[in-house]
Design a protein around this ligand. Structure first.
Ligand code: BDR
Ligand code: CA
Length: 334
């Protein structure tokens, strides 16, 4: 591993797998977590900001700036998903109320200002509906050229959806925002890297993975150590993931969980975790059955230049090795 730390700005809707991505970012020596912006999605934006700060505090990073963005999608009412992530977005977990203050900046302003402050350096990783990024790019049309790269967890390009038959949650919540972002970042040099369900459903976390993380932290999977004390990070993982795994066993017929967002975060740090193909993508905004679908023109029938590098394969084994090692070591140190 190189000793270069990649400056990363995360936009999320924390959310169980978002929280795991935040832990992975904090645990990664090759990631410099610059700030986190919060978007409404899995839960409302205020709860997202609460969860995000509580998780960063759990990980010992109360110094990271956390900003809240617009609290509703651009044109549609907000729909949240308590059945997937629990009523507060972190499953059965209980975290102490966040103490760190919210940033006085708005999410979109923060994105624009940080990108302007260090042109060409920042990687923006979105793990949520694209509302904040759409507003940021409307405010600063030069944003695509100011970022080093945009990495998106969103869409399903060759596989079924997880919200409607052909739509993925993050795009489904705010399809207009996704349309704006895909169009704005379309030029060759600024093509975003998108991880859709095609690859993120390869990141299937199982109870054995959790046991390995706990063992690395020197405790049992419920967080109890040999000295009788509880490891707060492992306890959090166990309580949050039990809910997420129960959801997947109901809807996806396996006791485990797709951890979409950590794979996207890990890929932003190390793009060799996925193989991509350039393709032209547009978002359906007015379908009877398909609003929010990321329509990918694999056969070039539109004759338009590609605007997205879509991940088509992922090295899930290498990802899990790193996830277990890094999050296990983070937990061991808390
Ligand atoms: C995405 O939807 C959310 O529920 C997850 O956090 C992830 O970002 C997967 O479709
Ligand atoms: Ca998310």
């Amino acid at each position: 591993m190189s000793d270069v730390r990649i400056p990363i700005l995360v936009d999320c809707d924390t959310g169980i797998d978002d929280s795991l991505a935040l832990l992975y970012a904090v645990a990664s020596p090759d990631c410099d977590l610059v700030a986190v912006t919060c978007t409404a999605g899995n839960v409302d934006a205020r709860q997202v900001a609460e969860n995000t700060r509580a998780v960063l505090e759990l990980a010992g990073r109360s110094d990271v700036e956390v900003a809240i963005g617009r609290e509703t999608p651009l044109e549609r009412p907000l729909v949240t998903t308590p059945e997937t992530h629990g009523p507060r977005g972190i499953g059965y977990a209980e975290l102490p109320p966040a103490r760190m203050p919210l940033s006085p900046r708005s999410g979109p302003d923060l994105i624009v200002e940080e990108a302007r402050r260090r042109p060409g350096e920042l990687t923006l990783v979105t793990l949520a509906p694209l509302t904040n990024v759409a507003l940021a790019v409307q405010r600063a049309p030069e944003l695509p050229r100011l970022l080093r790269r945009l990495v998106i967890m969103g869409g399903s390009y060759r596989s079924p959806g997880n919200t409607a038959p052909t739509t993925e949650w993050n795009v489904n919540v705010d399809p207009e925002a996704a349309g704006i972002v895909f169009a704005a970042f379309g030029a060759d040099s600024t093509r975003p890297l998108a991880l859709g369900l095609d690859v993120t459903e390869r990141a299937k976390l199982l109870p054995d993975h959790l046991a390995e993380i706990a063992a690395r932290a020197g405790c049992s999977p419920d967080g109890r150590g040999p000295d009788g004390r509880t490891n707060a990070v492992i306890r959090y993982l166990d309580d949050a993931l039990r809910f997420y795994m129960e959801f997947h066993s109901r809807y996806d017929r396996f006791f485990g969980a797709f951890i979409h967002d950590p794979l996207a975060l890990a890929t932003a740090i190390d793009p060799t975790l996925v193989r991509t193909e350039p393709v032209t993508v547009d978002v359906e905004l007015s379908g009877r059955l398909t609003t929010g679908e990321t329509v990918a023109d694999w056969r070039h029938v539109w004759g338009r230049p590609p605007n997205v590098d879509v991940a088509v394969a992922a090295d899930a084994d290498r990802f899990f090795e790193r996830f277990i090692e890094r999050v296990g070591d983070l937990a061991a140190g808390r």
